[in-house]
Design a protein around this ligand. Structure first.
Ligand code: BGC
Length: 745
């Protein structure tokens, strides 16, 4: 559409919105700006204004819940496609797939009759132990920004709003509702905000979710600096801000800043902060009704954009869920997400023809993950676990023996949903009902809950240890007799979940001990893992092959088998560092993670690879790492810096191996003699090159002026200094293949 036509349409829309607002009574406006059910806002039927239907979450559309209880409705029609988690998507480094996954999520959301999907989660992975890391993409702001933009566009092409979450810096689950994060301006702008800014300015996200945590003393949902100044004024956001569920604490503060829709976990909808309490303040003349009008305007604009109201209503897309084409794309994404961390003596791929007897060891071989994790849980139409994938691939002529290998305690299936109990005194309440207390009460309850959880883990450790003796012996015996052995371990959503952080970086259930024992029996065990965040691998030097899969969706098992047997050449790259041990993390050193009350992000820009680079710490597997069954060579870097403009770089990538593969070339900028303190190098561009055996391709990439910029806190803006910058091109952040110098004038 022409710019002028677009402008006229916008003007017309704003006029219509203005007229609608004039017709609304105060009660009706108030109804629109808070939850009227756990996942729905209030409607104004009289004027044809519908409710906004929201649903979690990042890995698919969540099952239906009752209106006022955290109890699934028990329907048989709300199973959906289970998408790869954001961490799996990020490990593809594939912006086209990010768009495809967004499209699928959007279509399924609309197909289920929803308006807003509470996704994607794009918080920066600052510490490997954050319980929700599996829902987030990466440790790197540039990679997150590059993926979130196409993802949001994909969602919104389906007349569904993405609700990008959690704005901002929701970096830990410990004390998540109350924790205050002290973050300096530069770190905020360079690390924690860029992906959100890209989602808003480039992705044109229609909505954004305010986080639970506080930043510099103010809850994100009541944070004028964050919502009014940064989001609205600096970035020009004119979409809707939706609170995280229970993220609003004070009526005046939330009313007076750009928080448009208060959602919560409680069923006393009239008592929401932006309900009766706000109405009373307005009636007393203490708060201007115009503040409510501004919120209503943002929500009505969202409805126009989604064609929920207005002249385009009849052309709104219908969406579709559980479509076969979705599953094909999910399989493709899963295949591209799995990361080959190590492959000595080309142990992988296995030759299926040579295997008469395969032994599979490990609980994750037979574990389904879709129904866990917190609000990201979904009711998957199906989920193929690795064991099923292997058997389906091999067919009946290969004997596949499965042994569990280690004990995993039973998952406690509470009658009540954790989202209710997490904020609920649970004393004499009806099932699924959440009841509010004051902040001190909340804090006490959550602390107590955490203590109980930790005590339970300790009790379970004894049970695991006792049962493992027999299970280990069975696994070791089985491993001896097989033609090939595949271990499938890792984590699950009892270990990594919303609401709490992991307490250490070890593989749970004594897996390390079993792996060490197995490697003594035979070296050629294929070690594979499913999980959402880094684990320590103390035995990694002894291992020949290690394959890592993030939670990769409903087709996990099929993708897994195709990679193991070489039908698919792995191409995933780590979107985060796997440190050798937790003690190597800056947060382990500064003690500013997983603490109640307050954390200070003292490390500033120096966490993840920025920290390991600076401190010369070698991680187990670095950011951007991932192997292939073929090899790639890089050559011929040229750099052309145009005065005051972009830097154009070209280089050639050649597939020197015997099979087709995909290489992800990464471009980092390393300022030489910077005037300000800058990380040694930072990712600024990347490209995936698909090459047949022996083929090569010349790649060209553009680095913009702003790619060289840093945030100047005195000028309060990004600036680019003139000078020399080393441009390093690599297959990971450590495997640097080409270097050149660009001079910016
Ligand atoms: C989570 C959000 C989620 C919301 C609704 C909150 O507890 O933090 O990510 O979208 O619940 O389920």
């Amino acid at each position: 559409m022409l710019k002028k036509e677009e402008k006229n349409n916008e003007k017309k829309r704003e006029k219509e919105i203005g007229k609608l607002i004039k017709k609304l009574t105060l009660d009706e406006k108030i109804a629109m700006i808070h939850g009227a059910s756990l996942f729905r806002s209030g409607a104004v039927e009289r004027l044809g204004i519908p409710a906004i239907e929201t649903s979690d979450g990042p890995m698919g559309v969540r099952a239906e819940f009752m209106d006022d209880r955290w109890i699934p409705s028990g329907n048989e029609d709300d199973m959906v496609s289970y998408l790869p988690s954001n961490s799996a998507l990020a490990s593809t480094w594939n912006t086209e797939l990010a768009h495809d996954m967004g499209c699928i999520l959007g279509a399924e959301t609309r197909g289920r009759g929803k308006d807003v999907i509470l996704a994607p989660g794009i918080n920066i992975k600052r510490d490997p132990l954050c319980g929700r890391n599996f829902e987030y993409m990466t440790e790197d702001p540039r990679l997150a920004a590059s993926l979130v933009v196409p993802f949001v566009k994909g969602v919104q092409e389906n007349d569904v709003a993405a609700c990008v979450k959690h704005f901002a810096a929701n970096v830990q689950e410990t004390d998540r509702l109350m924790v205050n994060e002290e973050i300096d301006e530069r770190t905020l702008y360079e690390i924690y905000l860029p992906a959100f800014r890209a989602a808003v300015q480039e992705g044109k996200a229609y909505s954004i979710m305010g986080a639970y945590n506080k930043i510099n003393g103010f809850h994100c949902c009541e944070n004028k600096r964050l919502l009014d100044e940064v989001l609205r004024k600096e970035w020009g956001f004119d979409g809707a801000v939706i609170s995280d569920w229970g993220g609003v604490h004070k009526t005046r503060e939330a009313a007076e800043c750009s928080m448009d829709l208060e959602m919560s976990v409680y069923s006393d909808f009239d008592e929401y902060k932006l309900a009766n309490p706000l109405k009373e303040l307005i009636q007393k003349g203490e708060i201007s009704e115009q503040l409510v009008d501004a919120k209503v305007r943002n929500l009505l604009r969202l409805m126009y954009r989604l064609k929920m109201i207005g002249s385009k209503k009849d052309s709104r897309k219908a969406g579709a869920y559980n479509v076969p084409a979705h599953r094909e794309m999910i399989l493709k994404t899963a295949q591209q997400s799995m990361i080959l961390l190590k492959n000595e003596k080309s142990l992988l791929p296995l030759d299926a023809k040579k295997i008469k007897k395969l032994v599979v060891i490990g609980a994750n071989a037979a574990k389904l993950h879709s129904n866990g994790g917190g609000s990201a849980e979904i009711k998957a139409l199906y989920e193929i676990c690795p064991l099923a994938g292997l058997k389906m691939y091999l067919g009946g002529n290969t004997e596949v023996k499965y042994v569990k290998g280690y004990h995993v305690p039973e998952e406690t299936t509470a009658e009540e949903n954790w989202q209710a109990t997490s904020l609920d005194e649970a004393q004499g309440l009806e099932i699924g009902q959440a009841v509010r207390t004051d902040e001190a009460g909340n804090y006490e309850r959550n602390r107590k809950g955490e203590e109980e959880r930790l005590a339970k883990i300790e009790r379970e450790k004894a049970e695991i240890h006792q049962k493992n003796e027999k299970l280990f012996a069975q696994a070791i015996e089985a491993a001896k007799e097989a033609d090939a052995v595949i271990f499938v371990g890792g984590m699950n959503h009892m270990i990594e979940c919303e609401g709490y952080d992991r307490s250490d970086m070890e593989l749970p259930y004594e897996q390390d001990i079993l792996i060490e024992e197995l490697l003594k029996v035979r070296k050629d065990i294929v070690l594979t893992f499913v999980g959402g965040s880094p684990v320590e691998m103390p035995w990694r030097d002894q291992a020949q092959a290690i394959l890592w899969s993030y939670y990769a969706g409903m087709e996990t098992g099929n993708a897994f088998a195709k990679i193991i047997f070489g039908e698919v050449n792995p191409s995933g790259r780590l979107p985060e560092t796997f440190p050798a041990k937790y003690e190597d993390c800056v947060t382990a050193k500064n003690g500013q993670f997983g603490v109640w009350g307050k954390i200070t992000l003292e490390e500033g820009l120096y966490y993840g690879y920025r920290y390991y680079d600076r401190q010369r710490i070698t991680p187990a597997f670095c950011f951007g790492h991932g192997l292939s069954y073929t090899n790639f060579e890089y050559s011929g870097l040229t750099l052309k810096a145009e005065k005051g403009k972009n830097v154009k770089l070209t280089f050639t990538v050649k597939n020197t191996g015997k099979r087709a593969g995909i290489e992800t070339a990464q471009v980092y900028i390393a300022p030489i003699a910077p005037q300000e303190d800058r990380p040694d190098k930072e990712l600024k561009a990347f490209t995936r090159v698909e090459l047949g055996a022996g083929r090569s391709k010349k790649v060209s990439l553009i680095l913009k002026q702003e790619d060289f910029a840093y945030f100047d806190v005195h000028l309060h803006k990004f600036i680019t200094d003139a000078g020399d910058y080393e441009i390093v091109v690599g297959a990971s952040c450590e495997d640097i293949r080409l270097r050149g110098i660009a001079t910016l004038s």
